[in-house]
Design a protein. Structure first.
Length: 271
DNA sequence: CGCCAGGCCTGCACGC
DNA sequence: TGCGTGCAGGCCTGGC
């Protein structure tokens, strides 16, 4: 579930609880996530000062003074701050105990998420090194996407979802941004010009900004670090709305598949 | 029961 | 031959 807005909501919620604290302990209840949780975590983390929490794409980076805890929420993960000794549920696979007695807890029913540890620069980790531009950074704009897409035969939606090009945009927000921009998702990326890419870049930024402001999207299991759901799904224009009227023109929203993912769009407003 | 779901790495096939 | 590119499979559980 979690795309960039949900990860950013999580980051903002965690930061004040983690920054300046020391790690008191680590509990791994089920190490079988996307990659096995490294056993050395339990030895390497306790005692470290948490300096801050940042985000790269959909990855959360916890700066642990000489090492980085890299967290990914996969499809169904969520992170919460809880009181000491909170009883774990069935899918609560990982806890970080802090020196004030609180817990950072990962819940992830599908276990597509990840808990990684590195003692070199987190941004050089193999999983992060190849990530594309941050869509909320000042460098991201129409010109940038235009230059990136000249040799791409893939559709614009698949390019938006390609983390090596743009980091953090997943299926929901790719659908929504293309609707906002009035661009048909199947359009070959190389056939879109500079001007339309300017509109698309603005649409991506605005879609992400609005989603963050709404606390992200809660479709089934996402909650923020305080347990609160997001409400952006109430503002969806097309995602999950196949057959329902387009909010602009009233015509039915269409659904197709692209790269084994569902694409929703308005055949009239998106050309 | 089958199918679907917010991610994304890996391996393979293809064309230049 | 090598590289960029583009597919499909796989990892899991839960809900309809």
């Amino acid at each position: 579930m979690p795309e960039l807005p949900e990860v950013e909501i999580t980051r903002r919620g965690l930061e004040p609880h983690l920054t300046g604290r020391r790690v008191a302990g680590v509990t791994v209840r089920n190490p079988n996530l996307r990659w096995p949780v490294a056993p050395e975590l339990s030895a390497r983390l306790p005692g470290r000062l948490v300096r801050g929490v940042s985000r790269r794409g959909k990855y959360l980076l916890v700066d642990c003074s000489g090492g980085w805890l890299i967290l990914h929420l996969g499809m169904s993960g969520s992170l919460r701050i809880l009181p000491a000794a909170s009883p774990p549920g069935k899918h609560d696979h990982f806890d970080l105990a802090l020196d004030d007695g609180t817990l950072l807890r990962l819940r992830d029913p599908r276990r597509f998420g990840a808990v990684l540890w590195t003692e070199t620069d987190a941004l050089r980790h193999p999983l992060l090194a190849g990530l594309g531009i941050e869509p909320l950074s000042p460098e991201f704009g129409g010109d940038w996407i235009y230059r990136q897409t000249r040799a791409r035969t893939a559709s614009i939606k698949q390019v938006l979802m390609d983390g090596r090009v743009v980091a953090g945009v997943g299926n929901i927000y790719a659908n929504e941004a293309l609707f906002r921009a009035g661009i048909r998702p199947q359009t070959p990326a190389r056939r879109i010009g500079r001007k339309r890419y300017g509109i698309l870049a603005d649409a991506v930024r605005e879609t992400l900004r609005l989603a963050i402001a709404a606390g992200g999207s809660t479709l089934r299991d996402f909650v923020g670090s305080d347990g609160a759901p997001g409400y952006f799904q109430q503002q969806y224009g097309v995602y999950g709305r196949a057959g329902l009227p387009c909010p602009h023109c009233g015509r039915p929203i269409a659904e197709v598949r692209q790269g084994q993912r569902s694409t929703c769009y308005c055949p009239r407003c998106q050309t």
